[in-house]
Ligand binder design. Structure first.
Ligand code: SAM
Length: 291
């Protein structure tokens, strides 16, 4: 039977804030991970994925929430009503099910994340996901599996390095995705989105902005601080239009009452969840297209 998901309080979002201020993992430079549709799926111990693989193996996934994300529920009316939805760096988010009347592509580098999604949400799919396989023709850089939602739409899970993705989508939902990437990888993330988002497509993005606190707390991550000016700089020079549509004061808002003490003890005084709607310059606004 279909499990009903409720909007609720975010759980333990600040769980990763106390990590070292310097990345403790080797970072692959943007040039060495440029999109190459002919490459095989990146192994889970590749530089971009190794630290996440280790977290999933140890079940250190405090960012995971069991309810639809409050930002998605509040702002989804601003998104295109048609076309494929992309959820980059999806983990095992139940937000995949929020879009179950749409075609969805959800991407993560770690198979355990996607397998946990399929097993924990089995009742939301009339038939189980088949084993992952590689298609040399369509998506050679990813192992994929597809099932059909109760609303009859194809939901595909892609296992591989996000930076190899190239597939047309109209909608992107980014929660805990850009903030999970080391700042040096952000330009490549934007470039990858640019290859996927269709001219009238829209990105809904939620970031954490570490506004004030100790120097080490401001520089720590993940989640790395992504400020409004970071988003504007990253996207507007790539021909996107950025609108900040919401800002939540994490230290005061009821939504974050369970996690704010952890942020405070990590040295932060002010922390904001900032929400952006990002679309291609020249693309028509969604309400002119999806009436
Ligand atoms: C903080 S978690 C967020 C998961 C999800 N967005 C959510 O809200 O629950 C970040 C996820 O990104 C995945 N990830 C990190 N780098 C990646 C990459 N280069 N390609 C694909 N997945 C990646 C990790 O395995 C992890 O599951």
């Amino acid at each position: 039977m279909h499990r009903t998901l409720r909007l609720g309080v975010p759980l333990a979002i600040g769980g990763l804030a106390i990590l070292s201020t310097r990345p403790s993992f080797p970072l692959t430079s943007p040039t060495s991970t440029s999109n190459n549709s002919a490459s095989p799926p990146a192994p889970e111990h590749s530089p971009n994925l190794a630290r996440w693989t280790s977290k999933w193996l140890k079940s250190e996934t405090r960012w995971h929430q069991t309810n639809f994300h409050h930002t998605l529920v509040k702002h989804s009316h601003r998104l295109p009503k048609e076309g494929t939805v992309l959820i980059p760096l999806c983990g095992k988010t139940v937000d995949i099910l929020y879009f179950q009347n749409r075609e969805v592509i959800a991407v993560d580098g770690v198979k355990k994340a996607l397998q946990e999604f399929t097993s924990e949400n089995a009742s939301s799919f009339p038939t189980p996901f088949p084993p992952f396989s590689t298609s040399p023709l369509s998506n050679p850089s990813f192992e994929t599996t597809t099932s059909t939602s109760l609303k009859n739409s194809p939901i595909s899970l892609f296992r591989g390095d996000f930076f190899h993705l190239k597939t047309p989508v109209t909608t992107v939902w980014d929660r805990a995705s850009i903030v999970a990437l080391h700042p040096s990888l952000r330009p490549l993330y934007v470039e990858t989105l640019k290859k996927c988002v269709e001219p009238n497509g829209v990105i809904l993005m939620s970031t954490f902005y570490r506004k004030s606190g100790t120097p080490s707390a401001l520089a720590a991550g993940p989640p790395w601080s992504v400020s409004p000016s970071d988003v504007i700089e990253l996207f507007s020079k790539e021909d996107w239009v950025v609108d900040k549509i919401d800002e939540i004061d994490v230290m005061r808002d009821e939504l974050y009452k369970d996690s704010r003490e952890r942020w405070r003890s990590a040295g932060l005084d002010e922390l904001r969840e900032c929400v952006f709607l990002i679309r291609r310059k020249g693309g028509r606004k969604w309400w002119e297209v999806w009436k």
